[in-house]
Design a protein around this ligand. Sequence first.
Ligand SMILES: [Zn+2]
Ligand SMILES: [Zn+2]
Length: 358
Amino acid sequence: MKGKMKAMVFYEPLNMKYEEVDIPELGPDEVLIRIKACGICGSDIAYYWGMSPLETDDGKGPLVLGHECSGEIVELGELPKQLGIFKIGDRVAADPVQYCNACEICKKGEVNLCEEKAVSGVSVDGGFAEYMKTKYTSLFKLPDNVTYEQGAFLEPLADSVYAVKKLEVTLGDFCVVIGPGPIGLAQAQLIKASGAGTLVVVGTRDYRLDVAKNNGADHVFNIKDSTSKYYISDLTQKISELTDGKMADRVLVANGNPESMKIPFKISGRRSVIVFFGLPGADDMIEVPALDTIFWDKTIKFSWLAPLTYPKAINAIATKLIDVDALANQKFKLEELIPALEKVKDRVGNPLKALVVP
Ligand SMILES: [Zn+2]
Ligand SMILES: [Zn+2]
């Protein structure tokens, strides 16, 4: 499709411009979508303020950010046109991780680790624009009862499905989620839906803990703000009380804060599983109390991206197993992206997931 479109082009930290650029030209295996919604992620904030480099060849822009998108198909490349799997007008969500499907890593199913992958909004142009192109193999059709805004939440939700799968929740488990950002809150719902007996959500901001409480958490604890109605001064003690000294069966750390990453070792019990999901800084280390961890036969895991978990994430929304509408609580126009990033960063208006709706 020839023509111009509006896009937010990121050049370097603190330098992003609302510009008119060419609509992307399609390769044979690509599809053009008109963006209907694109979520703002913590990583977009990290790129904009220069806290982490892009994954382009030189780590720099110009690049259109935004990797949590849904939209409508407006043009098909040769291959998807021949195959007939997608048609113009289809409502879709795009997995930003466009793995190659051909390398040895992909063929083992470890597609999140593909080294030939392109990532929308991270290494190639993403969704903070009117249009975005992507490989047809990265697209998922949205069921009729899944909205575009819900579709924009599929990327973090698919990541969450993978993390919760690794957590191996079994019926009746005592589960703890640390870090109730939008992703942690989605993970908490998935954990409850997976059969958790008791679900505890631990955080530092009451407005987020309120959302957890309204969406399946049995207990919520604020471990920082002593004025909070949820405040407790000793989480380990509290978990011990609640479990009769047995401690938690499953602990998921949904943020990358080094202090948060110390907590699971103190509150997890025998044969427990700990999953680290949130992204720490490049130099952060996790210190493991080795002997205690061995004596209680604990398992420590990490979770990265969303290998082959989109269909389950779509089902979780379509069947109303979880509610993501409660998590997307702010909307902005495309040209408002910079103030939107500032508001999310400074937590103005108690943000959970903020969406750009062009
Ligand atoms: Zn993200
Ligand atoms: Zn590959």
